[in-house]
Design a protein around this ligand. Structure first.
Ligand code: ADP
Ligand code: ZN
Length: 728
C-alpha cells in the first residue's frame, strides 16, 4: 500500500467519534502520509483523526470534504495501526474507542506556534471582567499546571485573546513548553550487579533473545527476592545496546518510587514515567519523546502500552498475574495479553515476571508457547520464610478480637530484636459491615447492592463498589433506633486499634489505599517504613505488591480463609497467589523470616499447598479441575453484560439472547444465564450477565458478533462484551 497521498487524493480517516469505519476525505494541500494525525471537519465540528488508508469512494464524491490540517506529530506507524485493529477485533471494541486509547496525549499536535503554555501568575490585572475572572479561576484550578492557549481558553469558556490579555500584567504566565526537553541518556553498562549462576543463565537467555530481535514471550518465574528484577533489567540493558526502546509495566504505579530509583541506579538516569499521576505537561513530553525514540525506557501503567514507540524491542510485564492489568471500564482489555499481541506484531520480546504466574501464562508455558525461565533461590543468604498455620478454632478469641496469642508473642519477639512485623488483612476500612444492634439490618449503598464500609479516619461510610460515601448516621435508617449502629468484622483500621492495645510501645503504620489522599503521601509512607520508621505495619492488598522492607521479618495473615469461600472459580488461584506474595515480604534481607497464617480450615488443600510451597502440586490439581470443566485456560469465556434502568427489560433481553443461541452452538459454545452480574446494580442501573463458554481455537469473536447482532438496543439498554472476564 502507498504510504503517501497526493493533494486531493481520496483518503480514509479514522476519527475518535463513534462511527463504525473510516470516513472519506480529500488529502490536504501539501498531501499527507499514511498514519498522519489530522484535523477533519465532521458536521459543524473539527475532530481528531488518523489517515487510515485510501478512501472507499462509496460516498457522493462531490460531497467529500478536505482535511483541515495535518497535525505536528509523527504519523502513526503501520505496526500501531495493525495493533489497534487486532486488539479491537479481539476485544470486540469499535475502532474509534481503540483510537482514543492511542491518542491520550493531551495537546497532541499543537502547531509550533502553540508550543507555549500558560499558568497562573502572581500579577494583578489592570482591569477585571467576568471573562478574565473565569480565566484566572480556571488557571487556579489547575494548581501549578500549565495548559496550552486553547486548553485554557476552552476551560474558561472564553476566546484565546482574553487569556493573552492577562499575560502582560503577569496575572497569567506564558512560558516555553518544556515538552521538547530531552530525557537524559540511559547507560546500559552503568550499575550492573554481579549475578548469581541462576540469574546469569536467565539474563543471558533474555539477552540472546534481544540480540536475535524477533518476537518471543518469556515467563520469568522466581520467588520474591530471587532477583527477577535484576534479571529483566539486563534485558532492558540489552535493548538499549541494540538501540531499541523498552517498556516496563507495573501493576500499581503509585508505588513505583522505589522502582524508579532502582532503575536510575542501574542505568545512571531516570526513565520516563507514564500513568494517571503524571502531569499534563509531562505527558505531552513523554508522548513526543517516545514517538521520536528519544525516551529509551518507559516505566508505566497499562495505558503505556498504547504509546507511539518508535522502535520497541522489549515489554516487561512485572507481577504479570496481577488482576489490575485487566481494565474493567471502557475498553475491557488485559494489558498482559495486549502486550503479547503488540510484541508479536512488532517482533519484540515480552518478559512476564512473577513469583506466582497466572493460570493462563502457566498453561502457555506448559504448551510451549512461552519460554520458561526459573530462578530457584532467593538472592544471598535470604531464605524463604518458615510458614505455619495457626488453628483459630483452638484460640477461642473474644468477640471483636482478631490477633491470636501465638501471633502476639511472635510479634513481641520480633520487636525485641528491632525487626518489623506485618499484619495482613485483605479488607480496607474499619470494619466490613455496619449493622444495627436493634433490628439487625445492615447499611447498604443507595446506588448499588454493596454494603457500606465504615472508614473511621474519613468519618464516613464508603461503598467500595461505586465509591458513594455518606456520613455515619446516628439513627438506624431501617428502625430509627438511636445509637445502635455497630461496626462488625475485621478491617485494617480496627486491627490497628487492637494492635495498639497489645503493643502500646510500638509505632504502628497503616498502609491502605484509601487512607492516602495522594500518591505522593503513599510513597512517603512506604519509604518511611522501608527506613525503619514503624514497628508494626498493618496493611491490605497494597503491601502484597513488590516493596522491599529490609527489616520486615514476620508476616501474620489475619484471615487466610478469606477468598476460599464464594463461588468464584478463581478463588483458589487468587488466595494461593496472594498468600505467597504476602509471605514473600518477610525476610528478604539477611534476617530469616516467618509467615503465620491464621485459619479456621488448616486442612483445606489450598492452605496446605501454600504451607508446603508446593506450586506444582497446586497447579496440577487446579489444571485437572479446569480442564474437566472446560474452563480457562483450557477453554474460553466471554461475559455479556446487559444493563438498563428497568430490571425486567434487561432480563427479557438476556432471555431472548439465551434462547436464540444458534450462532454460538455452531462453534460449540454454550451460553449460561442470564443472571445478576457480579456487580448487580451500579449508579441506579441493573446489570445482568450472560456467560459464554467456548472450546479453544474456535472463531469466538465472529460468533459473538453474529449472536449479539440479532438484537437492537432500544432506549437506555446497553450491552458490553467482556472477553476473558476476570471473575466467573
Ligand atoms: P525479585 O524481583 O525477584 O523480587 P529483586 O530483583 O528485587 O527480586 O532482588 C531482591 C533483592 O536482592 C534486591 O534488593 C536486589 O537488589 C538484590 N539482588 C538480587 N540479585 C542480586 C545480585 N546478583 N547482586 C546484588 N544484589 C542482588
Ligand atoms: Zn454503591
Amino acid at each position: 500500500m502507498t504510504s503517501y497521498f497526493d493533494p486531493g487524493a481520496l483518503i480514509g480517516v479514522l476519527t475518535t467519534q463513534p462511527l463504525d469505519r473510516p470516513l472519506d476525505y480529500r488529502a490536504p494541500e501539501g498531501g499527507c502520509h499514511l498514519g498522519a494525525f489530522v484535523e477533519v471537519p465532521l458536521g459543524p465540528r473539527k475532530v481528531l483523526g488518523v489517515v487510515w488508508g485510501p478512501g472507499r469512494g462509496d460516498f457522493d464524491l462531490s460531497k467529500v470534504r478536505s482535511v483541515i490540517r495535518v497535525l505536528d506529530a509523527a504519523p502513526m506507524r503501520d505496526e500501531m495501526r495493525a495493533f489497534l485493529e487486532k486488539a479491537g477485533a479481539y476485544t470486540l471494541t469499535p475502532m474509534p474507542a481503540m483510537l482514543r486509547l492511542a491518542t491520550r496525549a493531551p495537546g497532541l499536535g499543537d502547531p509550533p506556534s502553540m508550543r507555549r503554555v500558560y499558568r497562573l501568575g502572581r500579577g494583578t490585572p489592570d482591569r477585571m471582567t467576568d471573562a478574565r475572572t473565569r480565566v484566572l479561576e480556571a488557571a487556579a484550578e489547575m494548581g501549578g499546571l500549565s495548559l496550552t492557549l486553547n486548553e485554557l481558553a476552552e476551560a474558561a469558556g472564553v476566546t484565546s485573546s482574553v487569556v493573552k490579555g492577562l499575560v502582560k500584567s503577569g496575572a497569567i504566565l506564558e512560558e516555553e513548553s518544556p515538552r521538547d526537553t530531552p530525557f537524559p541518556l540511559l547507560d546500559p553498562d552503568h550499575g550492573g550487579k554481579a549475578l548469581t549462576e541462576d540469574q546469569s543463565a536467565a539474563a543471558e537467555s533474555l539477552r540472546a533473545g534481544q540480540r536475535a530481535g524477533g518476537y518471543e514471550t518469556v515467563l520469568l518465574k522466581g520467588v520474591t527476592g530471587s532477583g527477577k528484577t535484576e534479571v529483566y533489567l539486563e534485558a532492558v540493558a540489552e535493548a538499549l545496546r541494540q538501540h531499541r526502546q523498552a517498556l516496563v509495566l507495573l501493576p500499581e504505579i503509585a508505588l513505583s518510587a522505589e522502582f524508579l530509583t532502582r532503575v536510575e541506579a542501574r542505568f545512571g538516569a531516570r526513565p520516563a514515567e507514564w500513568h494517571s499521576g503524571v502531569t499534563l505537561t509531562e505527558r505531552r513530553r513523554v508522548w513526543k519523546m517516545v514517538a521520536e525514540g528519544q525516551a529509551q525506557v518507559v516505566v508505566g501503567a497499562r495505558s503505556a502500552l498504547f504509546l507511539p514507540f518508535r522502535d520497541l524491542g522489549l515489554i516487561v510485564v512485572d507481577e504479570e498475574h496481577d488482576t489490575s492489568y485487566k481494565q474493567e471500564e471502557g475498553v475491557l482489555y488485559n494489558a498482559r495479553d495486549m502486550a503479547v499481541l503488540r510484541a508479536s506484531i512488532l517482533g519484540a520480546q515480552v518478559v512476564l515476571a512473577s513469583a506466582t504466574p497466572s493460570s493462563e501464562s502457566w498453561a502457555n508455558a506448559d504448551a510451549g508457547k512461552y519460554k520458561r525461565l526459573t530462578l530457584n533461590a532467593r538472592f544471598g543468604a535470604a531464605v524463604l520464610p518458615e510458614m505455619r498455620s495457626l488453628d483459630m478454632r483452638a484460640e477461642k478469641l473474644p468477640a471483636n478480637r482478631w490477633i491470636s496469642t501465638a501471633l502476639q508473642h511472635a510479634i513481641k519477639a520480633r520487636m525485641a530484636k528491632g525487626e518489623q512485623a506485618l499484619l495482613f488483612i485483605n479488607r480496607r476500612g474499619y470494619a466490613p459491615v455496619t449493622l444495627c444492634r436493634a433490628c439487625g439490618q445492615q447499611i447498604g449503598c443507595d446506588h448499588c447492592d454493596a454494603r457500606m464500609v465504615e472508614h473511621r479516619f474519613l468519618k464516613r461510610l464508603v461503598c467500595h463498589q461505586c465509591g458513594e460515601s455518606k456520613p455515619v448516621p446516628t439513627t438506624c435508617p431501617h428502625c430509627q433506633a438511636e445509637d445502635t449502629l455497630a461496626a462488625v468484622g475485621p478491617g485494617v483500621e480496627r486491627l490497628a486499634e487492637e494492635a495498639a492495645e497489645h503493643f502500646p510501645e510500638a509505632r504502628i503504620a497503616v498502609l491502605s489505599s484509601d487512607l492516602y489522599g495522594t500518591a505522593r503521601e503513599l510513597k512517603a509512607q512506604i519509604l518511611s517504613i522501608a527506613e525503619g520508621g514503624a514497628d508494626v505495619i498493618i496493611g491490605t492488598q497494597l503491601v502484597a505488591k513488590g516493596h522491599n522492607f529490609p527489616k520486615l521479618t514476620l508476616v501474620g495473615v489475619i484471615d487466610a480463609d478469606l477468598g476460599l469461600q464464594g463461588g468464584d472459580l478463581r478463588a483458589a488461584e487468587r488466595t494461593f497467589q496472594l498468600m505467597r506474595q504476602v509471605a514473600g515480604r518477610a525476610g528478604r534481607a539477611e534476617a530469616p523470616g516467618a509467615a503465620l497464617l491464621q485459619t479456621y480450615q488448616p486442612e483445606h488443600p489450598v492452605i496446605r499447598a501454600i504451607l508446603a510451597g508446593d506450586e506444582e502440586a497446586f497447579w496440577a490439581a487446579e489444571a485437572q479441575e479446569r480442564r474437566a470443566a472446560g474452563m480457562p485456560p483450557y477453554g474460553r469465556l466471554a461475559g455479556i453484560i446487559l444493563s438498563g434502568e428497568d430490571m425486567g427489560r434487561v432480563f427479557d433481553l438476556g432471555n431472548h439472547l439465551a434462547r436464540n443461541d444458534g450462532a454460538l452452538r455452531r462453534v460449540g459454545a454454550q451460553v449460561f444465564g442470564p443472571a445478576a452480574a457480579p456487580i448487580a446494580r451500579v449508579r441506579g442501573r441493573h446489570r445482568v450477565r450472560l456467560l459464554v463458554k467456548a472450546p479453544k481455537g474456535v472463531a469466538l469473536q465472529a460468533a459473538l458478533t453474529e449472536w449479539t447482532g440479532q438484537v437492537s438496543l432500544k432506549g437506555d439498554l446497553r450491552m458490553a462484551v467482556d472477553i476473558d472476564p476476570q471473575s466467573f
